[in-house]
Design a protein. Structure first.
Length: 380
């Protein structure tokens, strides 16, 4: 069996001549090391005839030393004749430049091993050291198979996700029409004074439930639409320009609440991203900061950007009512989950922000304290 050890080889500068071993301590020690090494060693002359071979190498040939010494390499390993390795070995002798021969198959006692050879010049001849790399090659092959299986699984999951998204979109779209019809019928009944339903508690509950369902279906359609188009039209965008567009869009809310938005994009003024994505992130974060403002102070919103390794970090910090940080990020970013119910909302904004970040290989972190405010770190 071929030992699996770290490659070792006789250094050419030692000038080792194994045919006659003078009785000097230095050469004796070298000879002892050569014979007892765990790795196979072969020494050939300029004609590629065997000059010496250690005990481990003899195991590979299944021959005795006297049957090997003086024989040509091609006599002992006939398969090497037409392999192209003979010319490579001769080139090592000619130039003195060593080579490695990887993934060489060798059959011993019916078992196939993969070995790597270190081939180098010794005096006028050649030295060859071998290492059993069977386990390494097998491990690499197994990794390749695993990689292929993972790619196939990933493709399958991707296809299923697309099918689920399509199903969700169709379902949400198909539900929207009947729910809208229900709301229209409720409006007709409300206007019909002869039925006197407007003040009836059950009728009022029906209107409330109908409105909630329509809003949720609309929100779900928006989420599905956004996720279906994530990153399809990336371009170089200026943070400040996108923020200014949002300022104009929600100018009435900013004016009503006297919100102050302080931004500093000097450390990272631009980003390559889909315009819909960046607009959605900034709009959701700013609107949420205003929506969940503290009742005793005007909203103060700080927005900054900077590079963090390969990602761009977008930080948004507010002085709002905050929430209990122990509730965990899972609830904060879940679809239709809300930390506060005293203001209107569907609980989709932060879910969208997280989805966009994840689609770019990033993530979102949050720190919040009740009555002091919240800080979001969005890695894009």
């Amino acid at each position: 069996m071929v030992p699996s050890e770290i490659i070792s080889f006789i250094r050419p500068e030692l000038g080792y001549r194994p045919v006659k071993r003078p009785e000097t301590d230095q050469v004796c020690h070298r000879g002892t090391f050569f014979d007892n090494a765990h790795s196979p060693f072969i020494i050939l002359d300029e004609n590629l005839d065997f000059v010496d071979v250690n005990q481990v190498a003899l195991l590979l040939t299944s021959k005795e030393r006297e049957d090997v010494i003086g024989k040509n390499l091609t006599d002992i390993f006939p398969e090497s004749k037409n392999s192209g390795r003979i010319n490579a070995y001769k080139e090592v002798i000619r130039t003195g430049r060593g080579i490695n021969v990887d993934h060489l198959k060798l059959e011993v006692d019916g078992e196939v091993y993969m070995i790597t050879l270190k081939v180098f010049k010794i005096e006028e001849g050649l030295g060859i050291a071998a290492q059993d790399t069977t386990k390494l090659v097998n491990a690499i092959n197994e990794l390749e198979v695993t990689k292929a299986n993972l790619q196939e699984l990933n493709q399958s999951l991707s296809t299923r996700n697309e099918e689920l998204e399509e199903f969700s979109y169709v379902s949400a779209h198909d539900l929207k029409a009947p729910l809208t019809n229900v709301a229209t019928l409720l409006d007709i009944l409300r206007e019909d004074e002869s039925m006197n339903l407007a003040e009836h508690p059950i009728f009022q509950k029906l209107e409330e439930v109908s409105e909630i369902m329509i809003n949720r279906i609309n929100a779900l359609n928006n989420v599905i639409s956004l996720k279906s188009n994530l990153g399809k039209n990336p371009q170089l965008l200026v943070f400040n320009e996108v923020l200014e567009d949002i300022r104009h869009e929600i100018s009435e809310e900013i004016s009503r609440t006297e919100a102050l938005i302080i931004s500093d994009f000097s450390a990272c003024p631009t980003i390559f991203i889909d315009n819909l994505q960046l607009h959605s992130i900034l709009q959701n974060m700013v609107v949420n900061a205003i929506k969940y403002m503290h009742p005793e102070r005007s909203p103060l919103i700080h927005i900054t950007t900077r590079k963090e390794g390969e990602k761009i970090l977008l930080e948004i910090k507010d002085n709002g009512i905050g929430f209990n940080n122990k509730l965990g990020e899972e609830k904060v970013f879940s679809l239709f989950k809300r930390m506060h119910t005293h203001v209107e909302g569907q609980g989709v904004g932060l879910y969208i922000v997280k989805s966009i970040a994840q689609s770019r290989g990033g993530h979102v972190e949050v720190q919040s304290e009740v009555n002091k405010g919240t800080e979001f770190k969005i890695y894009l």
